[in-house]
Design a binder for this molecule. Structure first.
Ligand code: NAP
Length: 262
């Protein structure tokens, strides 16, 4: 076994998660691969074992299933070899809000919000006690853009960004690094799942470029990494504008513009 921490990657059977698994294996980290499709996980594990020599554990799980989720939480709580969580598993659903319904919305939120939060929570205490480790959360630029017509998906990703920023504030002083990664359109199967031909989209990034760039941000210990954004000062200005409001929220009186007419 390597001396580097093991990395648990959710949603590693394909897409962004599979490339994260590949890259961490090539960096010499043992892996725990989590997703539903055990055949795909097994094939990836086999390839990475033979190409890199790292130890790869395959743990099939549906993270929207409470028992499966509890099993992965327990693994994160108890397995002291795991020092990095890549909270990547996520999905999207078709249509606008008026065409989306109960069960689909619940599953979307269960995977993109509940599982991400609970898995981060399961590993955080152990990492904080160890004074080291990392949590990578896959958010999305859609979480910054209600204009993109993916309202609930975007809301889940806004949650992931906020969660990551808050966790970074709480955990960084304890030695735990938290990174939010915000891809824009990236060539993976997620587009097929929502009935979109990815080749009709402008500016689609290849998944290997996306993950390699996100890992540059990881190595720099950036709290928020937006691989496709050319000018980092735009994010800094956006975040600075938000922070400028903060001292102004504590007021005993409503703002002048909300004073009821006499
Ligand atoms: P993808 O190609 O559809 O892969 C999603 C992964 O999650 C698969 O490994 C899938 O494996 C797993 N998964 C799905 N449902 C699951 C469940 N219920 N339990 C456990 N695992 C589950 O998607 P991707 O594009 O790589 O997306 C990865 C992350 O990046 C997501 O959080 C996504 O929102 C985010 N993202 C993607 C894009 C993009 O354009 N691709 C842009 C911004 C953000 P199984 O089917 O085997 O379970």
């Amino acid at each position: 076994m390597s001396m580097k921490p093991a990395v648990l990657v959710t949603g590693s059977s394909t897409g962004i998660g599979a490339v994260y698994a590949d890259r961490f294996a090539r960096r010499g980290h043992d892996l725990v691969l989590v997703a539903r499709n055990s055949a795909r996980l097994g094939a990836l594990a086999e390839r990475l074992r033979s190409e890199t020599g790292v130890y790869v554990d395959v743990v099939p799980a549906d993270l929207t299933d409470p028992q499966d989720l509890a099993r992965i939480e327990q693994r994160l709580r108890e397995d002291a070899r795991i020092g990095v969580l890549v909270n990547n598993a996520g999905t999207a659903i078709q249509g606008g809000f008026l065409r989306q319904h109960g069960e689909d919305l619940s599953k979307l939120i269960a995977l993109n919000v509940t599982a991400v939060t609970r898995l981060a929570n399961a590993v955080a205490l152990r990492l904080a006690e160890a004074g080291e480790g990392a949590i990578i959360n896959l958010a999305s630029v859609v979480g910054l853009a209600p204009e993109m017509s993916a309202t609930v998906y975007g809301a889940t990703k806004a949650f992931v960004l906020f969660l990551s920023q808050g966790l970074s504030i709480e955990l960084a002083p304890k030695g735990v690094y938290v990174q939010a990664v915000l891809p824009a359109a990236t060539r993976t199967e997620i587009w097929e799942h929502i009935g979109v031909d990815v080749d009709t989209l402008p500016g689609v990034m290849e998944v290997s470029k996306l993950v390699d760039a996100a890992l540059v941000g990881f190595d720099r210990r950036e709290p928020v990494t937006i691989p496709p954004l050319p000018d980092a000062s735009q994010w800094s200005a956006f975040d600075a504008a938000r922070q400028m409001m903060l001292p102004n929220f504590a007021q005993t009186e409503p703002a002048e513009r909300y004073q009821p007419a006499a």
